[in-house]
Ligand binder design. Structure first.
Ligand code: GAP
Length: 461
């Protein structure tokens, strides 16, 4: 019997424990869209909180906005998405299914990264190596396919009502650059952050949350003087490394850098690096891009909108278009890397357990409280009183009085609850409870009055 891959184990755990459900499952599902269940929702909020803490609150030079999904259609012409936001696809000549050409080439082991190839180069590789579709059929020549998701707003459905869903979330940061700078009285350098939705008509959809058609991007767009851009680019790269390996606590051996080749980079980008995370069997994959975007975005929007987006340096009197250093991560990939990084299995047979070793501040529940026996009112009453104390400090706290204690521990391990507090008969005599640690599975007795300090210390470590 083949062993499930780590990805398969995580997908199964995500469903079993209420982290992530396939969208529209009762209708048979809907490709590459997912819903966050109760545990996933709590983890999501904690990850967002951590991201916001590091990228906005702990800095004096970054403010955050939340922009709309719909924008003026001209935005996507100015940004280059209408003309150039395209995947290169080939079509199976028999089934007519379409595939991303770069993925076919990479999966066939011809190149590690086929992202920057021209149509001609792709066709040449396909012909010279006799590449076929996953169903074993010949494929067509390569064609470009625009990824923007379109809809219509208004009473008619013609070209005048065509709008695009955000193809990348950062665009309304650029549109609001001047308004933010003026209303917040900001001086360069400064950053505008946003956690915002993005939509892409992805053709290859696999690997769970890794590539979805609807996702959130977590951006910091850092505006600076042209002469300072190289320095800030390096600073932000260093910052991103620390964010993942120190602040999020991901194991450094699972994180690495990859520089884009000149062919892969957007023509305006001076440099581009990806932060990659090692997703088990599928290997290292991009979770965030750090892009040296020059003055391209503001220049384009100035040209297309006719609005002056230049910045006046009050000290020197110089007027110029700021350069942008972009850090753009995807929430779904951050969520998935948090799951991979935390996933642990230990023991064999009956003793086997799975637990999620989240940093305590990321865990959906900070602690769980159990009365040893649900049919003993004194235990339930005492446990409820402890639940209230902990909940008022560290909400949300889990409550469980079903089944035996072993099963309750097992369930809390699988959702990553750092500590389980059990109220038993000894509690009624001496005011102590059993506290069980998720990672070591060790239990110790603690006086009730020391519980909040104990949890607070654990959360801040
Ligand atoms: N504004 C820059 C930008 O959009 P990108 O490299 O296309 O750059 C940035 O996207 C991040 O968004 C990626 O590093 C990834 O984490 C996330 N992302 C992109 N496409 C995605 C998809 N289809 N599903 C999930 N996340 C995606």
């Amino acid at each position: 019997m083949t062993q499930p891959s780590l990805m398969e184990k995580i997908v199964s755990l995500c469903k079993r424990r209420g982290f992530v459900f396939p969208s529209s499952e009762i209708y048979g599902g809907f490709a590459a869209t997912y819903d966050f269940g109760p545990m996933g929702f709590l983890l999501k909020k904690n990850i967002e909180k951590a991201w916001r803490r590091w990228n906005v609150e702990m800095r004096e030079d970054v403010v955050e906005i939340e922009g709309a999904i719909f924008m003026h259609p001209r935005v996507w012409e100015a940004s280059g998405h209408v003309g150039g936001f395209a995947d290169v696809l080939v079509e199976d000549m028999v089934t007519h299914k379409r595939y991303r050409a770069d993925h076919l080439i990479e999966e066939a082991g011809l190149l590690e990264n086929a992202g920057g190839l021209s149509l001609q180069e792709i066709d040449d590789l396909i012909r010279s190596h006799g590449l076929r579709s996953p169903d074993g059929n010949p494929v067509s020549s390569a064609k470009k396919f625009n990824q923007l998701v379109k809809t219509h707003l208004g009473a008619t459905e013609d070209d005048t009502t065509l709008v695009y869903l955000k193809g990348e979330s950062c665009q309304n940061i650029y549109l609001n650059f001047k308004l933010v700078q003026e209303t917040m009285r900001l001086k360069l350098p400064f950053g505008i952050a946003q956690i915002g939705k993005a939509f892409r008509n992805e053709i290859t959809v696999k690997n769970f949350l890794f590539r979805t058609r609807e996702f959130e991007q977590m951006d910091v767009q850092y505006f600076c003087r042209p002469a300072d851009a190289d320095r800030y680019y390096e600073e932000w790269k260093e910052n991103r490394w620390k964010f993942y390996t120190e602040f999020m606590g991901f194991s450094a051996e699972n994180v690495r850098w990859r520089q884009h080749s000149p062919e892969e980079r957007a023509f305006y980008a001076k440099d581009a690096w990806d932060v990659q995370y090692r997703f088990g069997e599928i290997g290292f994959q991009e979770i965030e891009g750090i892009h040296h975007r020059s003055d391209y975005d503001l220049t384009q929007h100035q040209k297309f909108s006719g609005t002056d987006l230049s910045y006046l340096d009050q000290e020197t009197g110089d007027r110029f278009i700021p350069y942008i250093v972009e850090c753009s991560g995807g929430f779904n990939r951050l969520f998935l890397s948090a799951m991979f990084d935390a996933y642990r299995e230990e023991g064999e047979g009956d003793k086997k357990r799975v637990y999620l070793a989240f940093k305590p501040s990321l865990a959906p529940y900070k602690a769980a409280v159990f009365p040893l026996l649900a049919n003993k009112p004194q235990l339930v009453e005492k446990a409820k009183a402890i639940f209230s104390i902990l909940d008022s400090r560290f909400s949300p706290i889990a409550w469980d009085d079903r089944g035996n204690i072993g099963k309750r521990y097992y369930a809390q391990d699988e959702i990553g609850t750092p500590w389980c507090v059990t109220v038993d008969f000894q509690t009624l005599e001496d005011g102590t409870v059993t506290v069980r640690d998720r990672d070591t599975a060790e239990q110790k007795r603690l006086p009730i009055k020391e519980l909040t300090t104990f949890i607070q210390t654990g959360l801040s470590s």
